[in-house]
Design a protein around this ligand. Structure first.
Ligand code: AFP
Length: 294
């Protein structure tokens, strides 16, 4: 069986880059353990009587501390922090992350995840420059879906805490699932036309409220995840740097595509770290369809 270390070695991954990937990947176990510690119970603060933390803040602090201690990372940009955090100015790589995506689903025990991107240099770069992108999914299994620009692989955490390869060279099929965020009553004409068109062609709605989980099923079955614009939020809801770029990079590496409805979001150089973007990510055919609608 190929494990994550074997895989990184097989790609001749630079030592620092491999170390950063493994370091973050290994935080899945403490994050999983922290879910139970940070639940609301009817008669106490939490199982240990400690002050409760929101899991997204907890994960952010936990991962950032680990990266700070390693000395391997120049900057961290996290969805949970207003500003970019500078860790070691002379380090080669920087990390972008959504430490706990889909956090509103924790209380109801649905699937959530950690999204990560790694750049050489600083974090304010176009997504196409990513050196690595991956996400951990805390579902029935803990999985790690990763690309270093040479295709996509999926690993699963085994009972010894080792990531073993589940699927190699993942290719996103031209499937028929879709999930769209936003209030239907606020969708703009272009998005309404797109959804009507794909539903007319047999697309089936599946949306959980966790981008990373919704994307994972699109990666495996094919289709499209969308967070469209509205009059109130012309750029939609999702963040370019922490969410859309790493996931878009993975989609692209699996033969899919990512777009803001007009063009490839991986080409956008961010102007602000918390910049939002409309997103359509999924099978190539789906992305071609939205880009063709005026
Ligand atoms: P949280 O991490 O704050 O729960 O946000 C999740 C998210 O950014 C993305 O993961 C979901 O797809 C999207 O927001 C859900 O948004 P809606 O609740 O508006 O559908």
């Amino acid at each position: 069986m190929t494990n994550l270390s074997d895989y990184l070695n097989s790609l001749n991954t630079e030592k620092e880059l491999a170390e950063i990937i493994k370091l973050i990947a290994n935080q899945a176990e403490p994050i999983r353990a922290a879910f139970i510690q940070n639940q609301n119970y009817s008669d106490s603060k939490n199982s240990s009587g400690e002050v409760q933390a929101e899991m997204d803040t907890w994960s952010d602090i936990h991962i950032t501390d680990a990266l700070a201690k390693s000395g391997l990372v120049r900057e961290v940009a996290s969805e949970e922090r207003d500003e970019i955090t500078v860790l070691n100015k002379s380090a080669k790589y920087s990390v972008v992350m959504d430490p706990l995506d889909g956090s509103s689903l924790i209380k109801v025990n649905l699937c959530v995840g950690t999204i990560v991107g790694i750049y050489e240099g600083g974090v304010m770069q176009a997504g196409k420059n990513l050196k690595a992108a991956f996400y951990m999914l805390y579902g029935p299994m803990t999985t790690l879906t990763i690309s270093l620009g040479k295709g996509v692989c999926i690993f699963a955490h085994d009972s010894n805490g080792v990531y073993q390869m589940l699927k190699e060279n993942v290719k996103m099929p031209e499937g028929n699932l879709y999930g769209s965020g936003g209030l239907k009553t606020e969708w703009l004409e272009k998005h309404k036309k797109f959804i009507a068109q794909i539903e007319g062609e047999g697309a089936k709605n599946r949306y959980s409220g966790s981008f990373v989980a919704d994307f994972h099923q699109i990666l495996n079955y094919g289709g499209v995840y969308a967070y469209p614009p509205s009059e109130k939020s012309p750029k939609g809801k999702l963040r370019l740097v922490f969410e859309v770029n790493p996931i878009g990079f993975l989609a692209n590496q699996a033969g899919g595509a990512v777009s803001n409805g007009v063009s490839n979001t991986l080409e956008i150089v961010p102007e602000k770290v918390h910049q939002r973007t409309v997103v359509y990510v999924g099978s190539k055919g789906m992305i071609d369809k939205i880009e063709k609608i005026n």
